[in-house]
Design a protein around this ligand. Structure first.
Ligand SMILES: Nc1nc2c(c(=O)[nH]1)N[C@H]1C(S)=C(S)[C@@H](COP(=O)(O)OP(=O)(O)OC[C@H]3O[C@@H](n4cnc5c(=O)[nH]c(N)nc54)[C@H](O)[C@@H]3O)O[C@H]1N2
Ligand SMILES: Nc1nc2c(c(=O)[nH]1)N[C@H]1C(S)=C(S)[C@@H](COP(=O)(O)OP(=O)(O)OC[C@H]3O[C@@H](n4cnc5c(=O)[nH]c(N)nc54)[C@H](O)[C@@H]3O)O[C@H]1N2
Ligand code: SF4
Ligand SMILES: [Mo]
Length: 753
């Protein structure tokens, strides 16, 4: 069979669910709903199958209950080693959000009058290739780019990155993981020699001291928090967060530091630990480099100095250092309060340094542990072919290129010799007329990217914007020239890799609506239409691609050649990397890295890396006297809400309208009371929100959840210099009571919420 015929066969098999009838050419030629994908009634027994959740990186196991072969309900899996029978509200509602009138069911093309109209797949594919190739012919091969995601299966990410770069000749493609994990990736690579979060979730239960920095587990990772609650050692829980979050309230010690004083604080803790000789000299000598220079660096971070910068009392600093010293198994965890910062990489490394100098790594209950965000951010870090060449390799390395070319059977000249521009550079590239065509897959840039007015303006300058999403109503799809309708979690197959490096399987348990196709099949169709289908002739199904990924991982720290197939992953309750086919391998269900103290740098040692703290680029001023923090609002809201707002149950669990958290004293001075509408404005824009007056935010700070459309109209586009991750959690704003003129009609874009 030719590659094109094979594509049509596999696409139809997917649409028909159980292919029973003859193949139909209508699929490619007719727009509209087909009623394909109906499960033949009565053909299959009722049963239960298992898969992992598709929201957050915890990667909970779910039992999916099937009636006549189709999912009707779900329950958390009791014997899955991640969640042990628990799920958060999003997990429980994961099937519900699939049914919605705004699901994209057919390709949509913007007509001459500016309206998006249904077109058949064949026309959509033809337009896609003509317009993208036209741009390349006029402006050069690198004038088209893509933006991907941490929320599609690993096999699909690898397909997108390989098709775009090796098949279509793109150089630039990045993902929303830049907004999220780039800082951890760079920090680990520089410190350990490979992007390798070392922990397993059991460490939550085995620590006697747990340090959470910029991480609101109760809201963002509630099942991980449940694992802490199961810890039998009555652990000390130290939470470092400027806000008194739900997690901070449950801590044994909360350090409400000034925002972005983390670096000084962490150096200050190192200072005390060294002063008291509470460090593991033996471990330092055998397994690390650069400690002496680091010790010299932190001498200036005296408790008095750090107290001034952070607003924490010296006694609290001394107490924190003592707790770390007295702990036998201390684990350090961080999330976006660290990563989303203009000095995120060095802050993450300051955490890594604490773990190294106290010998808290490689043993149960220890580690310098970055918690991931999206269900498959880890898959994207290893296999999306954006920043890294497939399998955690480097584009710049000729041996790596040769290796990948050999495994894929691709001409090595087709592999770029440099990594892609980062997300912010791609956006800037549009502004500079260097990028004219953009393909956005499973991310909602027009809502989630920093400084939203600017990014929407920039996207609107593109000659051709393609958005591939499960809903046609996202803020980004509304700007598109072409919308490609995607099947979602539950409607397709593949693997996700969770925060603790565990592969889990997802399955097709409901048909996708209308003509929506798995991203996998969309990539196949595009490969054929582009004329590079032969290059992907082995990429016939997700499970076939999984076999290719195994080969790509061979000999890498993330070697998974020992995993046979999806069945094995499913039966074992997931498998953590590494799991090589040969040599020593740990068969346990909970596995951590660095037990032998061997890191991935050539000398086998971890590096101490440090730098002087930087100035905050936009501190509060007379005109904008508050510092704005942003982040997750509730356990029931997911990001830009495209999914979670589709569930009536979840909608009951969070405020429909955007709200801003304000300190009572500040509110009193401004004559603002709870539930009153206020204007929050920065140099870049303003929004109307309901005031939520609460002592959980300190004076001079305010907090907006990221889930509402307008939040990023305020944020300042600035980035960590090493990871290029946006610093979403600090910009200067003013808050005032809303006047009548502010309210109706809203002067701020599409209005509140
Ligand atoms: N319910 C829900 N869960 C989610 C998500 C979701 O959208 N909804 N998203 C998932 C994703 S992709 C991610 S990345 C994770 C994010 O998970 P988290 O990082 O835990 O969530 P955030 O609320 O973004 O940020 C955490 C905390 O950082 C604090 N912070 C702000 N500035 C600073 C600072 O300067 N220093 C310190 N120490 N702390 C600071 C904030 O006050 C906030 O409480 O959540 C995942 N889980
Ligand atoms: N102010 C502020 N902004 C932030 C943050 C913050 O803390 N503060 N956090 C940042 C972080 S950490 C993150 S991760 C980003 C998240 O930002 P986004 O990635 O923009 O958020 P989502 O809403 O998860 O968008 C995912 C999109 O993919 C679609 N989708 C879901 N499943 C599929 C699928 O299988 N196939 C396809 N094709 N589409 C699918 C969804 O409908 C949705 O439109 O936001 C960032 N933005
Ligand atoms: S904690 Fe995360 S993975 Fe678990 S059910 Fe909730 S959203 Fe899903
Ligand atoms: Mo994220």
């Amino acid at each position: 069979m030719t590659a094109a015929a094979e594509t049509i066969r596999s696409v139809l098999a997917d649409l028909l669910w159980q292919p029973t009838g003859p193949l139909t050419r209508d699929l490619l030629l007719t727009p509209g709903r087909f009623g394909l994908g109906k499960v033949p009634a009565g053909k299959q027994p009722d049963a239960t199958t298992t898969m992992v959740c598709g929201f957050c990186s915890t990667g909970c196991g779910l039992n999916i209950h099937l009636k006549e072969g189709q999912a009707v309900n779900l329950t958390p899996t009791t014997n899955y080693p991640v969640n042990l029978g628990m799920a958060c509200p999003k997990g429980w509602e994961a099937l519900t959000v699939l049914n919605s009138p705004d699901r994209a069911t057919t390709p949509l093309l913007r007509d001459a009058g500016g309206t998006l109209r249904p077109v058949p797949w064949a026309a959509a594919l033809q337009t896609f290739c003509q317009r993208m190739k036209g741009i390349q012919a006029k402006h050069g091969p690198h004038s088209i780019a893509f933006l991907g995601t941490g929320q599609i299966p690993t096999e699909e990410m690898a397909f997108l990155g390989s098709l775009a770069k090796f098949g279509m000749g793109m150089l630039h493609g990045d993902g929303n993981t830049r907004q999220c994990m780039a800082t951890s990736v760079v920090a680990y690579k520089q410190s350990f020699g490979f992007d390798a979060p070392p922990y397993t979730y059991q460490d939550f239960e085995e620590s006697d001291v747990i340090v959470l920095v910029g991480s609101n587990l109760c809201i963002a990772h509630p099942i991980m928090w449940q694992r802490i609650c199961r810890n039998p050692h009555e652990p000390q829980i130290i939470v470092v967060d400027p806000r008194t979050t739900e997690t901070a309230m449950a801590a044994t010690l909360h350090l409400p530091l000034q925002p972005k004083s983390d670096l000084a604080l962490l150096y200050g803790l190192a200072h005390i630990l060294i002063r008291e000789e509470w460090i593991d000299r033996e471990f330092l000598a055998a397994h690390t480099t650069g400690f002496e220079a680091f010790a010299e660096h932190v001498r200036q971070f005296t408790p008095e100095y750090v107290s001034k910068v952070s607003g924490l009392e010296t006694a609290v600093l001394e107490k924190s250092a003592r707790l770390i010293h007295e702990g036998k198994r201390v684990s350090f965890w961080w999330t976006m309060g660290v990563n989303q910062s203009y000095e995120g990489v060095r802050t993450a490394q300051a955490i890594i340094n604490l773990a190294l100098m106290t010998g808290n790594i490689g043993r149960p209950g220890t580690g310098a542990n970055s918690i991931t965000g999206q269900c498959n951010a880890m898959g994207s870090r290893l296999f999306s072919n954006t920043t890294n060449l497939l399998g955690g390799r480097a584009f710049e390395n000729p041996q790596h290129r040769e290796k990948v070319a050999g495994i894929l059977g691709v001409d090595k000249e087709r592999i770029p010799t440099q990594p892609s521009w980062s997300y912010d550079r791609i956006i800037e590239g549009i502004l500079r007329d260097q990028i004219k065509g953009l393909w956005i897959v499973a991310t909602n840039t027009a809502h989630s990217w920093i400084n939203q007015h600017a990014v929407r303006d920039i996207l609107s300058r593109l000659d051709f914007l393609v958005v591939q999403d499960m809903y046609h109503s996202t803020e980004t799809a509304e700007l598109a020239h072409l919308v490609l309708p995607a099947a979602s979690w539950g409607e397709k197959e593949g693997t996700f890799i969770n925060s603790e490096r565990r592969f889990g399987v997802i399955k097709k348990v409901v048909p996708a609506p209308g003509q929506a196709l798995a991203d996998f099949h969309i990539f196949r169709l595009i490969a054929d239409a582009w004329g590079c289908g032969e290059m992907f002739s082995r990429w016939t199904s997700p499970e076939q691609v999984f076999q290719i990924l195994k080969e790509l991982s061979r000999g890498q720290p993330c070697d998974i050649t020992g995993i046979e197939d999806y069945r094995m992953i499913d039966q074992r309750g997931g498998v953590q990397w590494p799991y090589p086919s040969s040599g020593e391998r740990d068969e346990g269900t909970q596995r951590r890295l660095f037990a032998e103290g061997r890191f991935y740098h050539d000398d086998g040692k971890a590096k101490f890396l440090f730098e002087m703290p930087a100035e905050m680029p936009e501190p509060p001023s007379e005109k904008y006297p508050f510092l704005l923090l942003t982040g997750r609002g509730t356990a029931s809201q997911w990001h830009t809400q495209t999914r979670t707002k589709k569930s009536a149950v979840l909608r009951q669990l969070y405020p429909a309208e955007i709200y801003v958290e304000l300190n009572p004293e500040d509110a009193r001075k401004l004559r603002i009371t709870s539930n009153q509408r206020v204007v929050v404005e920065s140099q870049r824009g303003g929004l109307v929100a309901k005031a939520f007056v609460t002592p959980t935010v300190q004076r001079g700070l305010c907090f907006l959840p990221m889930h509402y459309e307008t939040t990023n109209q305020l944020t300042l586009a600035h980035f960590d210099p090493y990871s290029r991750q946006p610093s979403y959690k600090n910009c200067a704003v003013n808050v005032r009571r809303a006047e009548v003129a502010d309210l109706s009609p809203s002067p701020f874009g599409r209005g509140p919420g």
